[in-house]
Design a protein around this ligand. Structure first.
Ligand SMILES: O=C(O)CCC(=O)C(=O)O
Length: 299
């Protein structure tokens, strides 16, 4: 496993960041966010998970309820409370993260109100979290040049199972989902710390490393796109199909809240994604022209 290249020195240099995204498929910035803000999010999330019996008083995982995937976890009320925690949601809107994405995608970029919280148990085969399978996030939204920001909420050294990306895989064809073997060559990851941010393009292959520790791995992933492209309705209004933007009732009065851009067009729920159009960063591999969405969820 290679080390992610740290782009901290270029965090205000849009051109260098875009070049890095175009060539490697990712941008990693160590210590971008204040660690205290990330630790507050971890404290808020784990308080709910502790109350719900996911972890004990030392944050060690308990056998119950043991949901392995985000969607299953959403059925659990304590997990849902963790997901709506204000300090967790606030992370998406912190100035250094918004500024970094704006340098890459442009000033109209915005995060989807729908956010993903991961609470990943130590791996016990045959049960595996879907994030362990190699995938490309384009399949989830069908929005070209969408980027994902992945944030550790705690120290996540490699044995705790952080995210790995396959540099330059965004230049290749679509890949079939398969389990990532951490000994594979040509992959990169890091010993993550609170405040680090990994951003990757929606055609970049990525997967989580196995959690071989005794700890629950807690991280968040937030997705971003430009305002001049239609956005998937479920990422803006949420899975339950509300009439107003997800979380706006809870957080609209918070000083950090940012509504989605006015006039944003939505891709209706059930919309079947088409092969990606041209990217503004790199030439898309012709193999994507034959791409069709696979049934079922991969992550
Ligand atoms: O954190 C994980 O386990 C998986 C994350 C992932 O696949 C993603 O952010 O797209």
């Amino acid at each position: 496993m290679d080390e992610l290249v740290d782009s901290r020195a270029y965090r205000s240099d849009g051109r260098a960041l875009r070049e890095r995204l175009a060539s490697d498929g990712y941008v990693f910035v160590r210590g971008l966010l204040p660690a205290a803000d990330v630790r507050a999010a971890y404290a808020g999330v784990t308080a709910e998970l502790r109350r719900g019996g996911w972890i004990d008083g030392h944050d060690l995982p308990l056998p119950s309820p043991g949901a392995v995937n985000f969607r299953e976890a959403l059925a659990n009320p304590d997990f849902r409370r963790a997901l709506v925690n204000a300090d967790f949601n606030r992370l998406t809107y912190l100035g250094p993260l918004r500024a970094l994405v704006a340098e890459i995608l442009g000033p109209s970029s915005f995060p989807y109100p729908a956010k993903v919280l991961r609470a990943v148990y130590p791996e016990r085969r045959p049960t595996l979290t879907r994030g362990r399978y190699v995938h490309q996030d384009y399949a989830g939204t069908g929005v070209q040049d969408m980027v994902t920001s992945w944030l550790p909420l705690m120290d996540i050294p490699k044995p705790v199972g952080g995210l790995a990306v396959q540099p330059r895989s965004h230049l290749g064809p679509p890949l079939r989902p398969r389990l990532l073997d951490p000994r594979e060559r040509g992959w990169a990851s890091a010993d993550y710390r609170p405040g680090d941010v990994l951003i990757f393009h929606c055609l970049t292959a990525h997967a989580a490393l196995p959690n071989r520790s005794s700890a629950l791995r807690v991280s968040g992933d937030f997705r971003w796109q430009r305002a001049d492209q239609p956005a998937p309705e479920q990422m803006v209004l949420g899975p339950a199909g509300r009439s107003v933007e997800l979380f706006s009732r809870l957080f609209a009065r918070e000083p950090w809240w940012q509504p989605v851009p006015p006039g944003l067009k939505l891709l209706p729920r059930g919309y079947v994604a088409l092969p990606p159009t041209a990217s503004s960063f790199f030439t898309v591999h012709p193999g994507w022209q034959r791409w069709r969405p696979a049934p079922g969820q991969v992550h």
